[in-house]
Write a protein that binds this ligand. Structure first.
Ligand SMILES: Nc1ncnc2c1ncn2[C@@H]1O[C@H](COP(=O)(O)OP(=O)(O)OP(=O)(O)O)[C@@H](O)[C@H]1O
Ligand SMILES: [Mg+2]
Length: 326
């Protein structure tokens, strides 16, 4: 069976794909920027930029998989209606293009915890994703079955498949710091504790904005959060400000110290509903390292674990769920 796990985030598009017989999927990460083709400037040499993924959405030509600040006059979707936006649909189709399968037997994706609890939203996403998609004129992908889970569940499944921690009877808190939202769930005995799970919008975007404001203040010029986001995605440790190379780590450290505790307080509040304290905390998602320190301070007695290549955790877990289903 052809299985795809796809995580269309606000910052990154992550795809895990492969046949269910293989032990692990292939993974791809692209920036989650998408906009109509006419919003992009042309290159000096007239060639297409290599990273452009061209797709058609509602009859309109879109370019997807580029950094979100590349398109001119196209605002980034930072709102809960993301999953019904054309940008999201363009990224979804770009993900199908990257997976390179004409027929997908099972596709698994995730929604932020709060949105997942909205039955209608879940249903409309399944309806949208199931069936035949025309990615480009004449290029068709047929999706037979779709499953939607809450995003951190992917990270949880990825964690158990890779770890030899003793988790029997354990109550596990999974925290998924993304760009737009930080999501968390508490799981024990294969059950999700809805009342101790939640979504906070004080996420990596807020932290990067704080760091960019600090850099702007120090250097007397405006720096956008996207500049930092792009640098981190490309594993760069510096950015250019007025012709000078600036180290970004010290600014991220200060931002982490002020933003981290805001999140952990929200998580601690939601855990008040638990009659037993959690045993293990698992950090997944691209922003995991940003919030690690704050989580350690908030839960000093607990074991805090970070998944390997945390940015891919959710989509790897989605793929595993798909591969394990009939
Ligand atoms: N190696 C990396 N690649 C990409 N982003 C990274 C990486 N390391 C850290 N980040 C940071 O992680 C954050 C994005 O993480 P992630 O891809 O999990 O978010 P997302 O799923 O797109 O967002 P959301 O869950 O809110 O929709 C960004 O703020 C980014 O700067
Ligand atoms: Mg995410």
């Amino acid at each position: 069976m052809n299985i795809v796990g796809i995580d269309v985030g606000y910052s990154n598009l992550k795809v895990a794909y492969g046949r269910n017989e293989t032990p692990s999927p292939k993974t791809i990460l692209r920036p989650a920027g998408a906009a109509p083709e006419d919003r992009f400037g042309s290159r000096l040499d007239g060639k297409d930029s290599e990273e452009f993924l061209r797709v058609v959405v509602n009859g309109k030509k879109f370019i997807a998989g580029v950094s979100p600040d590349r398109a001119q006059m196209w605002s980034r979707s930072l709102h809960a209606e993301y999953s019904s936006s054309e940008s999201y649909q363009a990224l979804f189709k770009a993900g199908l293009l990257l997976a390179g399968m004409e027929q997908i037997d099972m596709l698994v994706t995730g929604l932020p915890v709060l949105q997942y609890l909205d039955e209608q939203r879940k249903k409309s996403l399944i309806n949208y994703m199931t069936g035949i998609h025309e990615i480009l004129p004449g290029k068709i992908v047929d999706i037979k079955k779709v499953k939607v889970v809450s995003q951190p569940i992917g990270g949880f499944l990825d964690f158990i498949s890779r770890s030899n921690e003793d988790i029997e009877d354990a109550s596990i808190l999974v925290i998924d710091p993304g760009f737009f939202s930080v999501d968390w769930v508490v799981i024990s005995n294969d059950e999700i504790h809805k009342h101790s799970s939640g979504t906070s919008l004080t996420a990596s975007s807020v932290l990067l904005e704080e760091a960019s404001a600090l850099i702007s203040k120090d250097h007397g010029t405006g720096i956008s959060a996207e500049m930092l986001e792009n640098a981190i995605r490309q594993n760069k440790t510096t950015i250019m400000v007025l012709g000078q190379r600036i180290e970004i780590a010290p600014y991220l450290r200060i931002a982490r110290k002020s933003i981290g505790p805001v999140i952990t307080e929200e998580i601690q509040k939601s855990l008040r509903n638990e009659n037993k304290m959690v045993d293990i905390v698992v950090m997944v998602g691209g922003g995991a390292t940003f919030f690690m320190e704050a989580v350690k301070e908030a839960f000093p007695r607990l074991k805090i674990l970070l998944t390997q290549d945390a940015v891919f955790s959710n989509c790897r877990g989605f793929w595993m769920l798909g591969a394990a289903s009939e």
